[in-house]
Design a protein around this ligand. Structure first.
Ligand code: PMP
Length: 394
């Protein structure tokens, strides 16, 4: 049977990681894989998580199953983190999932059950797993314009024009903050306009929130999602704790379903639990419990927020330094957008040939669409990258 399996496309980023490992050059620079790294190139366990883990190790007396939707305290802590008081608790149901990816998939499956003909509108470009999972589920998909390569910012007119062509009941997938792969984000007034067009056209927002706290702050990064929760009749949120709690391999995510109509919350809750059961029964609990402990304990929370601020400030500083180094070398501000971008990633706007040249000649590894992981830099490697960008003629 196995010989009949169709060949699946390889993962470009994993291939890039392998090529990086095999590269003997000491000055090589990995800007490919999407994990946060500190100035020494490490991805440490956050101190608050380590402390929660110590406490849990001491206090946990059983590892028996929890529940198909995970621990309700986790879902509630995530609801407060993401939505704060934008809507009251009875308008939201939540379930723990196996990372943000499983939350995204469960959100799609929920759409498939309720509205199988709805188009899923994705930004051009978006995180490659989005179109991959949507097509795997055979769901109808369209793209809306998002990134403007000329300015390095959002092509907002293009986005609004494309969304105005969506049909009532269609679903619009939006990155809550820190857009992956471009780094270009909507500002507050643009979020309001997007909400307004979705409200009048009766479109359903589906928010992928994978980097809350990496952009401008925990609350600032939730502006869009909170505004939509206040103004839209319904919304799906797929949240990931992989980055902002640094618990990548523990697989911590949440699916939140928001509705103005509290009467539908029961069926939404049952469906979220049902979908978990069809995929893997019980979602992992360990990481979700650590996240709950950190969010609900004032001291751990303060420690976590301080650690998250350090990450955010570090990313912003590297962005400013890179934009400055390029301004010095080019005598122009055309890379100024790098300082405006937020989150871990920026799309540089280099061609594939230029990306190849930077890898081959300078040992700088970025994804083929010229997505750079800013966290792969440190103050001493910024000039190397700036030199390579200029030498490659970007
Ligand atoms: N959405 C986006 C945009 C992401 O970048 C990621 C992580 N790469 C995820 C969702 C999901 O991450 P995870 O499943 O590891 O929690």
């Amino acid at each position: 049977m196995f010989e009949a399996l169709p060949q699946q496309p390889g993962d470009e980023i994993i291939a890039l990681m392998q090529a990086f490992r095999a590269d003997p050059r000491e000055t090589k620079l990995d800007l490919g894989v999407g994990v946060y790294r500190d100035a020494h190139g490490n991805t440490p366990v956050m101190g608050a998580i380590k402390e929660a883990e110590r406490r849990l190790w001491q206090s946990e007396t059983t590892k028996t199953y929890v529940g198909l939707a995970g621990d309700p305290e986790f879902a509630d802590a995530m609801r407060r983190l993401i939505l704060n008081d934008a809507v009251s608790a009875d308008h939201v149901t939540g379930a723990a999932t196996t990372g943000g990816t499983a939350a995204f998939r469960a959100g799609l499956e929920m759409i498939q059950l309720a509205a199988p003909d709805a188009q899923i509108w994705i930004s051009a470009p978006t995180w490659p797993n989005h179109p991959s999972i949507i097509s795997y589920l055979n769901m109808p998909m369209s793209e809306y314009r998002y990134f403007d390569p000329e300015t390095g910012g959002v092509d907002f007119d293009g986005m609004m024009t494309d969304l105005s062509n969506a049909a009532p009941g269609d679903v619009v997938l939006l990155h809550g903050c820190c857009h992956n792969p471009t780094g270009a984000n909507l500002n507050a007034s643009q979020w309001q306009d997007v909400a307004e067009i979705m409200r009048t056209k009766r479109l359903i927002p589906f928010i992928d929130l994978a980097y809350q706290g990496f952009g401008n702050g925990l609350d600032a990064d939730a502006y869009g999602v909170r505004h939509l929760a206040k103004t839209m009749p319904e919304m799906i949120i797929a949240a990931s704790c992989s980055k902002n709690f640094g618990v990548y391999r523990d697989r911590v995510g949440a699916l939140l379903l928001v509705s103005q109509d509290t009467g539908v919350q029961g069926v939404a809750r049952d469906t979220a639990a049902f979908l978990n059961r069809q995929a893997y029964s019980f979602p992992p609990d360990h990481g979700a419990r650590l996240v709950t402990m950190v969010l609900n304990d004032p001291n751990l929370r303060a420690q976590w927020q301080a650690e998250l601020s350090d990450i955010r400030d570090g990313l912003s500083l590297l962005r400013t330094e890179l934009a400055h180094a390029l301004r010095q070398r080019t005598g122009s501000d055309r890379f100024g957008f790098l300082a405006e971008h937020r989150g871990m990633f920026s799309r540089l706007g280099a061609t594939r040939a230029q990306v190849d040249e930077m890898r081959e000649v300078h040992g700088i590894y970025m994804v083929g669409d010229s997505r750079m992981n800013i966290a792969g830099l440190n103050t001493s490697t910024v000039p190397l990258l700036a030199d390579a960008i200029v030498a490659a003629g970007v």
